[in-house]
Structure formats: structure tokens, C-alpha cells
Design a protein around this ligand. Sequence first.
Ligand SMILES: [Mg+2]
Length: 386
Amino acid sequence: MTRDIKITRIVTTHFDYQIADLALEEELGFDTVYKKGGRLSASGGLLSIETSAGISGTVSGGIDSRTAQYLLGRNPLDREIIWHDLKRSRRVLDGTPPGAVDIALWDFAGKLYDAPIYELLGGGWRKKLPAYASTYHGDENGGLATPDDFAQFALRCKQEYGYPAFKIHGWVNGPIEREVAAVLAIRAVVGDDMDLLLDPAGCFPTFEDVLKVGRACDEARYMWYEDPFRGGGFSRFAHAKLRELITTPILMGEHVRGLEAKADTITAGATDFVRANAHADGGITGVMKIAALAESYGLDVELHGGSLPHRHIMATLRNTNYYELGLVHPLVGDSKPAVYNDRRWLDELDSVDENGCVEVPEGPGLGVEFDREWIEDHKTGETVYQ
Ligand SMILES: [Mg+2]
């Protein structure tokens, strides 16, 4: 028997906030880096899908008008049908259903069944999720400006917070010798009992640069080398070629959208770890499909970025290793919108327990109430569909 429930109203609340001591990196003009006295403006949203059951699904994010009109009147429990309809609707864009919609529908379902999402997904393999501290990009402003700055921050993450792993987003603009020196310096300072990951985030202009840094990762025994090519992390050929020349495992696929394209990335031999992101890869439904795909090839899926949906997904997956907690920096204070009034859920540097793990919420749905007062204080507007 299908429950007779309908989506009745969809509301997006828009808000703005400021982050201290951050600025846009000047050379490429897009990445955020440390700058003392800087003030970076940021915006966000809260998407709420209201239903005739008197229960809403709510998630950080927004929605476009056409998708909202499609959803009105539909049964919010038809997640799989909605997922496939919205996937088709995006076929000339990225071919991926909007993640926020799917996550909101899972939140609704959890609240309807009075269960945390991870229980609906299959229960919890783990309730404590080992995290890696994932840094802001290197800067030229006295923050993460030298190889030793990164090494000392990695050591602090290990000793002061208990992080079992550390990920470097290096400098967006050379010189490549400094990047190589950072890779080696961090290992030398933290020792062997911390997993190290390197994410150049598509910054290295030549194959030779990619190779030089990859060989340093080999020497320093890095756990993975992620998206190094300036081409944006799309070329399966280039990554497969790189895998022939270095031994460090590759993580490619953060910028590749679509279940079929993720499958092609695996079968082309382009990656060792499979990347997935609920916000970009079609919500919780999309990530669970990618995780099953990775499982079928005997590979692990590593979730891109933090957030509550990723905590629920990671709790229930066997084939995954680390929660990405970031971005963090030794001299930048809180940098996430304070939409929850409990620091455990905000993905700040100290949002981990003494072993560098984050927790999985136990409440219904996503399991944490939003701080409505903070959102009201920072609200800039509202879009309503009904
Ligand atoms: Mg990345």
C-alpha cells in the first residue's frame, strides 16, 4: 500500500554570512585562502519540502523553479522515481539529479518513520567516523605559506586533536619545488602513523609537474593523490597513464558527474579510490548507487566534503575509510555557517572527539535541528513554491 502523501509547498530561505581572515586567492581569483584581516562574504540556503503529512524534509541548499514545480503534488516517498525523472531533466547539464532535493526527501522519510537516515540505509557499521583534517589552499600571506607551515599544522592536528589523517590542498600557483618539499616535509614531521593525502585540486599545469609531485608522494608513502591535473580531473587517459608511472593510489572522479561516467572512470583504470558527493552526485540515493558500483569492483568510495548526509552514508558503508573535515587552517577561526548550535555538526577544526572522529546524529532524518534563530538573523530573503 502506498501512503497517500503529497508535496504541498517548497520554501528556500536565503542567508548571507561573513568569514574572518579569508580572502580570494589573487592569481586564479577563485579559491579561498588565509589573509589576516580579510572578510569573505558567503551565502547559503535552507531548502524545506513540506508535505500533506505535516512533516517537512529540510536540508542546506536550494532549488530551481522548474524542479520545484515538478515536485509539487508528488509523493515524497517516491524517491527513486523522482531521482530518475530529475536525472533525465538534467541530461543537457550534468545529467545528475539535484542533491538537495533527494537529501530533503530522505530527511522527510526519516522523520516520518522516526528513524535516523543511516538506519533506513541499512544500519550502522560505525558510529564514530575517522576524519581527515582537510586544509585551505596554501597562501602567500604568512598562514600556510611554507612546507614547514603545513608540516607543523599536520602535527598539531595529530597531537592536539587526534586526527588520524591529514589532507593538503597545496598552492594554486607554483613553484612545483615548494609543493614537492611540502609533501616530503609533512611526512618527515608527523611520522608514519598518520595517513597523508594530497589534493592539488587541478592546479598543476604540466604532466611533468604532476609526475614530480607524484614521485614525492611515492617517496613519502601517501595514501592517495587527488585530481592533480589542471585539465580539471576529467581525462581518464591521463590518470590511467599517471597510474602506470607512480605507485601512490589515485583518487579521480570528484569532477566527474553521473553514475555511468563514474563506472567508465573505474573501467578505464583511471582511479583507485572512487569519489562521491551527495550534494553533487544526486543526493543520498546517487551516492549509494556509486558506493554499490565501487563495491562491485572491490574498491572503496571516499565522500567528498563533510555534512550530515555524508555522516549517515558513511555510517552505513563497509567500503569507505575517512570523513573529510574541512576546510581548516591554523590561523582561520570558524568558517562554516553556524546553522546548527552544536559545534559537533559544524565541521570546524575542533568538531572531532579526542580520536579525531566525528559522530553520527541519532535523531530522526538527518538527525539535527537547524538553529532557526541564527538563520533568521542572517536571512536575506525567501522563495516559496506552492
Ligand atoms: Mg578534491
